[in-house]
Ligand binder design. Structure first.
Ligand SMILES: C[S@@+](CC[C@H](N)C(=O)[O-])C[C@H]1O[C@@H](n2cnc3c(N)ncnc32)[C@H](O)[C@@H]1O
Length: 314
C-alpha cells in the first residue's frame, strides 16, 4: 500500500478559469478529460455541463481512477443539492492516445471538448513509493502506470552508457549527460547500481555544477528525462495530437497544458499542422502572478487552445 491509498487528492488544478473558458463549457456538452489526475479540472467541468452532458475522465495511472476517482465521485454534489441532474460520468484507466477507440466503443461520433493536462500530479509527486520526488528514498520507478512497461531503475540497469547519456540529453536537455551516464555505469560495475530516487539525485548533483538559479535542483532535468523515457511521453502526445482533432465535433475545443519546452513545441506544431483546427491562442496562456504565488506548479504551465473548424463560430 502506498501513501496515496489513504489520502484524498492534494492536486490543485492549474489555469482553472482559462481551462473553463478555453473549453467553452455549456449544459449538455460531452467533454473528455484525458488526464484526470486528482479530478481537479473535472470537478470544475461537471457543474458547467449539467444538466445533461457527459464527462469521460481518463488516466493511465490506476490510482488516479480507482482511488482518487472513487473519492472524487463521492464528493460530487447529489442531484438534489446541485438542483439539476448531474452529467453522465465515466472514469477509465487508459491512455489518452486511445480516445479514438474509447469513442468508437461507445458509439460516439465526436465530443465537444478534450482537455490534456500533461505531466504528473501532486499526488504522484508526493507518493514516496513512486520515485517521482528526488527527496525520498523511494524506488526509482517513475511510471504513470506501475503495472506496465519498464521502471526507470531497470532502464538504468539495462541500457549501455551511450544510450543513457543520449536519453538524458535529448529528454532532459542536460549538458552534463555524459558525465551522469558514466557515473551510473561505474556504479553498476561496482555492484552499487542506482535503484532509489535519492541515490540518483545525489549522483546527479555530484556531476552537475550548481546553477546560479538555486531554486531549481540540478537533478530536475535528469528525472524529467527518465520520466519521459519510461512513459514514452513525447511519442504518445505527438500521436494523440494527430488523432484528436478527428474526435471533435465541429466547434469542439482542444485544450492542452504543457510543463516544459519539449512538450510545448510538440503542441504548438501539432496545432499548426492540423488543417481542421483553428488556433485560438496565438501565444500560450500563462498563469497570473497570483496563481503562481498560490500554486508553484503553475509557474511552468502553458495552455494552448484550438477549435475544430466547421462550427457556428466560423
Ligand atoms: C498534471 S496531472 C492532471 C491533473 C488534473 N488535471 C487535475 O486537475 O487533477 C497529469 C495526469 O496525467 C496522467 N497521464 C500521463 N500520461 C497519460 C496518458 N498518456 N494518458 C492518460 N493519462 C496520462 C498522469 O498519470 C497524471 O495523473
Amino acid at each position: 500500500m502506498t501513501d496515496s491509498d489513504s489520502s484524498t487528492s492534494m492536486h490543485v488544478p492549474v489555469l482553472p478559469s482559462e481551462v473553463i473558458e478555453g473549453l467553452d463549457l455549456a449544459p449538455g456538452k460531452t467533454i473528455i478529460d484525458g488526464t484526470f489526475g486528482g479530478g481537479g479540472h473535472a470537478r470544475l467541468i461537471v457543474p458547467r455541463i449539467s444538466p445533461g452532458g457527459m464527462l469521460i475522465g481518463m488516466d493511465r495511472d490506476p490510482h488516479a481512477i480507482h482511488q482518487y476517482g472513487a473519492q472524487w465521485r463521492d464528493a460530487l454534489p447529489g442531484p438534489e443539492i446541485a438542483g439539476t441532474p448531474l452529467p453522465q460520468i465515466e472514469l477509465i484507466n487508459d491512455s489518452y492516445h486511445r480516445i479514438p477507440q474509447v469513442l468508437q466503443e461507445r458509439g460516439l461520433d465526436g465530443v465537444d471538448g478534450i482537455l490534456l493536462d500533461l505531466g504528473l500530479s501532486s499526488d504522484q509527486l508526493n507518493d514516496p513509493a513512486r520515485g517521482f520526488s528526488y527527496q525520498t528514498s523511494g524506488d526509482l520507478d517513475l511510471r504513470f502506470d506501475p503495472t506496465s512497461g519498464e521502471a526507470a531503475r531497470d532502464l538504468l540497469l539495462r541500457l549501455p552508457e551511450k544510450e543513457i547519456a543520449d536519453l538524458i540529453y535529448q529528454f532532459g536537455e542536460e549538458r552534463c549527460s555524459r558525465r551522469i551516464a558514466r557515473r551510473i555505469v561505474e556504479r553498476r560495475k561496482e555492484r552499487r547500481a542506482v535503484t532509489t530516487a535519492d541515490e540518483l539525485a545525489t549522483l546527479v548533483r555530484s556531476c552537475v555544477p550548481r546553477s546560479k538559479n538555486h531554486r531549481i535542483d540540478p537533478a530536475t532535468r535528469t528525472f524529467q528525462a527518465l520520466r519521459i523515457a519510461v512513459n514514452h511521453e513525447l511519442r504518445i502526445v505527438k500521436q494523440a495530437l494527430e488523432d484528436l482533432p478527428g474526435c471533435l465535433r465541429p466547434g469542439g475545443r482542444l485544450a492542452v497544458i504543457s510543463f516544459h519546452s519539449l512538450e510545448d513545441r510538440i503542441v504548438k506544431y501539432a496545432f499548426r499542422e492540423a488543417d481542421d483546427l483553428e488556433i485560438l491562442t496565438r501565444k500560450p496562456l500563462l498563469a497570473s502572478d497570483r496563481e503562481n504565488a498560490e500554486n508553484p506548479r503553475a509557474r511552468s504551465a502553458k495552455l494552448r487552445v484550438a477549435v475544430k473548424k466547421g462550427g457556428s463560430q466560423d
